[in-house]
Design a protein around this ligand. Structure first.
Ligand code: SAH
Length: 361
């Protein structure tokens, strides 16, 4: 079986060449071709010796997940659907803005976290994506957007905020992060790569030790009772432990901050009292809040907070000296907004089925 080079970071690719008696610097050359130029045909990698090209053609391949849909929203947001086999598909979203271009990528087919307000979470879970499937999203997007090495960077930022919980697929996410940061591959600075987590405490520590990219934490509530209702994993990793992990994350990089994401749900977590409790909760943790107006999906049971409620909430945080931005809803006409990524997931946990059965009782 051929090795898919999209799944190998610099270390693994160096090992691949060493095992075949080739020089380690071949890894750098191949990273540049595959990720920098989006090349998948070894015959066109002209600065490689002929023998090396033949070896690669026999032993390796560059295979991203097949792209099965490409939609552009009125505001320029673009969404791709990628086939990851067995009737599953995941989504990748590109969000162009004046000063940057952000790619939002998925890390799992479905999600086990079951956050109540999230469409992906409602669908159940199928499997973890491989490194090739994770980095393949960036590879495809670069190609589709016509990005060329040395030219203007179309994708300046990557966020792991699509489908799935990245810290529950750490072994496949880590090499993908390393490729994003690798100067020979995508060369993004670690502050321009953001991993968003629901709050898997022990894995936050591992990320800090192994690849401390920018961290976003999905907070969504100021107390354990409410958070456990919205984000069930809070039962396992309650707020006190989560905030302690955030502080530990910043210990080694004092110039950094945590981004707290907070979905605005009308009448659920958007009162003045909630804002006051949040200020109290985060205390001295260097942080910034990103309020996300809830993006509806069928049968969600939630409503988006009204604009003036969101504004007031933001003002409360700002008045306490906390930087706070409100995420503009992008791409909602193509269901590309946060929490609307549904893709296609064959649930293997039977959670969706169990819920339907309950609803029918
Ligand atoms: N599992 C990771 C990343 C995926 S979701 C995490 O939980 O952080 C990225 C962000 O979108 C999270 O903050 C998530 O809570 C939020 N989100 C999910 N559903 C949403 C919805 N319907 N409207 C607005 N934001 C939503």
């Amino acid at each position: 079986m051929k090795v898919n080079l999209l799944g190998l970071d610099a270390g693994a690719l160096g090992g691949f060449f060493a095992d075949r008696g080739e020089k380690a610097f071949r890894a750098r050359q191949v990273l540049r071709w595959v990720h920098g130029f989006g090349e998948s045909d070894f015959a066109r990698m002209t600065d490689l010796a002929k023998g090396a090209r033949e070896m690669l053609a026999a032993a390796a391949e560059v295979v991203p997940p097949p792209m099965i849909a490409d939609n552009v929203a009125a505001d320029g947001t673009r969404k791709w659907l990628l086939d990851v086999g067995n009737q599953n598909a995941v989504e990748t979203v590109f969000i162009p803005e004046a000063s940057r271009g952000t790619l939002c990528i998925s890390t799992q087919a479905g999600c086990t976290m079951a956050c109540q307000f999230c469409s992906t979470g409602r669908q159940g879970f199928n499997r973890n994506l491989t490194t090739a499937e994770i980095i393949g999203q960036l590879w495809w997007a670069n190609k589709a957007l016509g990005a060329t090495r040395g030219g203007d960077r179309v994708i300046s930022n990557v966020v792991l905020m699509g489908m799935g919980e990245p810290l529950l697929n750490f072994d496949h996410v880590l090499p993908a992060l390393r490729l994003m940061l690798d100067d020979h591959a995508y060369g993004l600075s670690r502050r321009r790569v953001t991993l968003s987590t629901v709050g898997i405490v022990p894995m936050i520590d591992r990320l800090r030790d192994e690849c401390p990219v920018a961290l976003a934490v999905s907070l969504h509530a100021p107390d354990d009772a409410l958070r456990s209702r919205l984000v069930p994993v809070n039962e396992k990793y309650p707020l006190r432990e989560l905030l302690a992990a955030c502080r530990r994350y910043l210990e080694r990089s004092p110039r950094d901050f945590i981004t707290f994401e907070y979905v605005m749900l009308a009448g659920v977590n958007d009162s003045d009292a909630h804002a006051r409790a949040l200020v109290e909760l985060v205390g001295e943790v260097p942080c910034k809040f990103n309020l996300i107006p809830f993006n509806p999906f069928p049968h969600s049971g939630f409503r988006r907070s009204a604009p003036d409620v969101i504004r007031r909430f933001a003002e409360r945080l700002l008045a306490a000296g906390i930087v706070c931005t409100t995420r503009r809803t992008r791409g909602d006409d193509i269901d590309a907004a946060c929490g609307q990524l549904a893709g296609r997931v064959q649930d293997r946990t039977r959670r969706a089925g169990a819920r339907l059965a309950r609803a029918a009782q």
